[in-house]
Design a protein around this ligand. Structure first.
Ligand code: G3H
Ligand code: 13P
Ligand code: ZN
Length: 339
């Protein structure tokens, strides 16, 4: 099946009451790990690439790797999504390349660091929605800002999403999905101790979902930072500080309250690094990259397959036929004409 619009994947997830993991990639092994996990668990999946990933891989390599993925795994519905597009031009170049979904993160200015005004956010997001929907492509926006700057994203300031602003933003922009800030942050060091209901504002998610029942909510910074992966990295020469991520049960609670897309990158990085460090430490005589990239790929597959089961997307790959982007375009045009 060709790459599928993310809107269709999330509409189906809403109908089925489950969430869909959006996993970041930077190379062939990560794409293979995700596709194998999707096949193992019969899951639809979102593969996402950041600006950094696009420049690391070069867009053309990324594109052809994704073509190989859809060719080799025809039974798996896959969306290719731009993570944290920083300005309309970045989103437009992704759409022109063939991404079936983009995030216009106008919660920050084009530098990806300075918190932006509501008016700026609406203006850039509207521009992207017009371009994307005319091509059947999905748009995710963001209201509020996450904490965490260690991966280069973000202002370091947390601005929890204001539900009134979220409602106004969705009405003014027409986004398909909305990233909300409710206490998570990017990277491995999210919390100084195990997070409680005080830290993760689930009631905020509940309220936003109640007021925007047709908008798919997105949870960024959703890595769980498994202690055994942190321990493995440190056992084999790493130097990670004690770290807590988002407990899976909190994500599952979010899914019950309208969260449909769950962004995970850090956990994959931890799985890959732990496996590579183990080989380097236990077999220092090895120097064939396959000797450490194969276990790294397998470790990431295991992690992702578990998340697919946790999020409930497992078993849903065969539920529906893909709609073409042209059909999605017609749907957006018909909805606009009906208003
Ligand atoms: O939200 C950030 C993602 O983890 C992507 O990170 O910009 O280092 O590729 P990156
Ligand atoms: P983590 O750093 O928790 O994996 O979050 C990734 C993310 O939100 C990508 O947009
Ligand atoms: Zn993010």
């Amino acid at each position: 099946m060709p790459l599928v619009s993310m809107r269709q994947l999330l509409d189906e997830a809403a109908r089925g009451g489950y969430g869909v993991g959006a996993f970041n990639v930077n190379n062939m092994e990560q794409i293979q790990a995700i596709m194998e996990a999707a096949r193992e668990t019969a899951s639809p999946v979102i593969i996402q690439a950041s600006r950094g990933a696009r420049s690391y891989t070069n867009d053309r390599f990324l594109w052809h790797l994704m073509q190989a993925a859809v060719e080799l795994y025809p039974e798996i519905p896959v969306s290719l999504h731009l993570d944290h597009g920083n300005e309309p031009a970045t989103c437009i170049s992704a759409i022109d390349l063939g991404f079936t979904s983009v995030m216009m993160d106008g919660s920050l200015e084009g530098d990806g660091k300075t918190p932006a005004s509501f008016e700026y956010n609406v203006a850039v997001t509207k521009e992207v929605v017009a371009y994307a929907h005319a091509r059947g492509v999905t748009v995710e926006g963001e209201i509020g800002t996450l904490g965490g700057i260690e991966d280069g994203h973000g202002s370091g300031e947390v601005h929890l999403t204001d539900p009134d602003e979220a409602v106004e933003f969705v009405h003014q922009t027409g986004v398909d999905a909305l990233a909300v800030a409710f206490g998570t942050s990017h990277g491995a060091y999210k919390f100084a101790q195990e997070p409680t209901g005080e830290v993760l504002k689930m009631d905020l998610i509940e309220e936003i979902h109640r007021r925007l029942p047709d908008t798919h909510l997105v949870m960024h910074g959703s890595s769980s930072v498994p202690p055994e992966l942190v321990a493995q990295i440190n056992q084999y020469g790493g130097a990670l500080k004690p770290a807590w991520g988002v407990p899976v049960k909190e994500i599952q609670l979010g899914i019950q309250n309208g969260v449909r897309k769950i962004n995970v990158d850090t956990d994959s990085r931890l799985a890959v690094t732990g496996a590579i460090r183990k080989v380097f430490a236990e077999s220092p005589e090895k120097f064939d990259p396959r000797d450490y990239l194969k276990p790294a790929r397998a470790a990431m597959q295991e992690l992702i397959a578990q998340r697919m089961r946790d999020f409930g997307q497992a078993g849903h790959a065969g539920d529906y036929e893909a709609l073409s982007l042209e059909e999605m375009r017609e749907g957006y045009a018909a909805a606009a004409a009906a208003v």
